[in-house]
Design a protein around this ligand. Sequence first.
Ligand code: PMP
Length: 781
Amino acid sequence: MRPTISPPPSLSPDEVEKILKQEFDLSGQIELLPGDIGQNFHVTTGDGREFLFKIANPVEDRFSLEAQNKVLAYLNLQNFDFQLPKIIPNLKGAEITEIKDHRGHCHLARLFTWLKGEFLAEINLEDKPDLLEDLGHVLGSLDRALADLTLPHARRYWHWDLKNLLDWQELTAYISSSPRKRLVEYFLLQFETEVVPEFAHLRRSLIYNDANDYNILVTKSPAGHWKIAGLIDFGDMVESYLLFEPAVALAYTISSAEDPLEAALPLLKGYNSVLPLSEKEIRLLYYCLAGRLCLSLMMSAYQQHLRPEDNYVTISEKAVWRLLQKWQTINPLQVEDRFRAALGLKPAPRGLPSELIINLRQKHLSRSLSLHYRRPLKIVRGALQYLYDEEGKTYLDCINNVAHVGHCHPRVVRAGQRQSALLNTNTRFLHDYLVAYAQRLLATLPESLKVIFLVNSGSEANELALRLAYTYTGRREMIVIDHAYHGNTSALIDLSPYKFKGPGGQGQGVWTHTVTMPDTYRGPYRSSDPEAAQKYAQEVIELIARLEAEGKGLAGFIAETVLGCGGQVPLPEGYLKTVYQAVRKAGGVCIADEVQIGFGRLGTHFWGFEQQQVVPDIVTMGKPIGNGHPLAAVATTSEIAAAFANGMEYFNTFGGNPVSCAIGLAVLEVIEEEQLQAHARRLGERLQQGFRELQQKYPVIGDVRGSGLFLGVELIKDPATLEPAPELATTVVEALKEEGILFSTEGPFNNVLKIKPPLVITKEDADRVLETLERILKDNT
Ligand code: PMP
């Protein structure tokens, strides 16, 4: 849907001069003012009288102008202590004058009294809470008066009416920057989720609907006291939901504030003192304010597309973007808490207290589940790269690579919502999405991988990979890298040194063979040794020779390209080439576990194995593939797939269902359209460079490694011995959490800071991580 906005009328001051003389018997100086959809002229007569001559856009029909006139006449009868424009009829006594421009086009025009004052937009509001409180008061008074008015015409469809916000979603197509488009779509989704279902329970009223800072005039008394002088432009007036009035006013008046939340309080107090807001209205203000910012940005993007030469529409755009970005960093629950406190309400009741949840978990869930952080977090919402806890705090998420394209990415959420509403079945029925998704996923992989299996978790993917390897080779022996984790099933625990050697571990499976982690920082062969990769690979070659000598047939080798649980350790260059060769020579298959690192996270390549210039026989994928939806996959060659299709049906109730496929497709589309792999590379380089600069200053940083947005920072006590510093790593992680940044630790000694954020983090987020880490290192070393 597009708003039918005609270009504004384009009368010259000379034409206007003639019209004013003829219709109003006025003459004087005529100055064109900046305007939105209409044309406005400031008229100053020779004897010093001033007027506003307003020519309407063709979308504003006669009925709507008459309705505005009626409302103004009504409001002008009230005893307000601020001014509103008054209509001056033409010589024939008509309030609306039909005029013709030089091309013979008819327009509707009105003459108003001129209100004196300065625009609120041109005043620094930072130190003027009283003025904003006065504005709240003015709007409250206006709305209180309007509440008694019913005007059939105000029940019109109007594009600036926030209740129609979602009708304009397709205008996001005109926002050229993908991070901005994503943010607008995110807030549209929030509006749809939080506000729209409440429409039936919200107060309706006739509202002014345009308290933007170029419609609000202010004056300063001789004593230096600022106050609202008046309001102009009633063109957006509409019957809608009352809370949109303060939401619109806030959207404009807090846009340049350092602390927008604090800046919002006086206006709200002023409004609430005249017209108290309901608890629901207070809660929804966060989303309505964001909604209005989105509406402005969408309209402005569309206007720029229609009239690229006209820059009026972009006047406040920069400030609006800045506010929307800032708004995303503010937890909506904090906004609700602060608004309620400012209006004298007790805190809103929330969900179960954390302590109770912990108790109930201990009672009803397995104690083998673990929790992040000394004081576990109760996260209630995700907003792209941010997480909101129930206490109102916002966290930058640097631990959830699962939320690959951002928590609640609007495209992905909508894909899942839509398909859930249509159908969810299994692969025993034909469905377009299953094959579309398989094709799309295979297109990202090397030619030789031709068959996809869809499953529900990384573990299930690796479990199936093992079955494929076993069936294809007819053997069982598997080689794995030390400290690796490949999943939670029995077979995979037996194959995951991270588990079978760890607490509660029962030792490796009979078919498992572990090789040294090729860690060139701390392992037996280090980065100073040009042969390190080959020496580590040699161990695999020798192991295979031993197995063959013992008559044990090799089924395969499984590894990640950057070892996650091993402590974000990238495999040294050339390692996999040599290992894959040896494994294949022995008749085994090569499995690349891309569960953590795939889908562009490494920045340089879409898949981790591509960094090692190898082509696996089986690739397993999980975590990021569904952006949080339980989806995982296995890709393999036609030969391996053929061997597996030996008559036994492979059925997976949920694997490959249409909802999962719709979500998987959306994730791939978003990665491509938003160019997130290139973004991961740029941001990763920025972070790595920053970490390296910190390494120069803080010798506790022993190593900085990884690729793209899969990074590790290893903390040590002594550069000579490389003695690990796990306590410091925990201290840093806890301190970062206090500062609103989520990190975790990893590695055999738990001394590696692990960084794997959603790919949508920004430069500003990355810089904040670096500044905060530096502060924490300064305080703790
Ligand atoms: N492989 C790797 C490399 C992993 O890191 C994980 C999970 N951490 C898995 C497999 C298992 O995935 P899931 O937890 O989805 O079963």
